[in-house]
Design a protein around this ligand. Structure first.
Ligand SMILES: [Fe+2]
Length: 155
């Protein structure tokens, strides 16, 4: 059945493509954060182990919201590591970094997601897609706050 929500096919496709990049970034950051939750060591273990758990739990919920927005716009949501690796602006981590380096890598990851989310606004605004704009605003707010919290540990 045709979708008739007042956003053209071309606009929906453009927004869905942008959201797919946001999904790839968010999933990659989710896995990186969970990885660091498992493998962090050192005197800050307890703090970081728990902080990373809070963060990956939030990210796991976020990927579902983003994927379902793509579906609502009428396009398939990417769901394989191959697609995510091809689309994500966040690099996967080789080996196990020291705790301080983990924090720095997660700040960079959080900031990368913010940039990807922000880059979608022109497409979203051109289509008056307020629902996606709202989603982006919520994601940006959350990631900027998390980046600040992680950054604060490095000062
Ligand atoms: Fe755990």
């Amino acid at each position: 059945m045709n979708i008739d929500i007042g956003i053209s096919q071309a606009h929906r496709e453009d927004i869905a493509k942008g959201l797919s990049h946001l999904l790839a970034d968010t999933y990659t950051l989710y896995l990186k954060t969970h990885n660091f939750h498992w493998n962090v060591t050192g005197p800050m273990f307890q703090t970081l182990h728990l902080m990373f758990e809070t963060q990956y739990t939030e990210l796991a919920l976020a990927v579902d919201v983003i994927a379902e927005r793509i579906r609502s716009l009428g396009f398939p949501a990417p769901g394989t590591y191959k697609q995510y690796a091809a689309m994500s602006s966040i690099k996967e981590q080789e080996g196990i970094p020291q705790a301080q380096e983990m924090i720095k890598l997660l700040v960079e990851g959080q900031e990368a997601v913010v940039r990807t989310a922000r880059s979608l606004y022109p497409s979203v605004e051109a289509a008056s897609d307020e629902a996606t704009a709202d989603l982006l605003t919520q994601r940006i707010q959350l990631h900027e706050k998390t980046a600040w919290m992680l950054r604060s540990l490095l000062e």
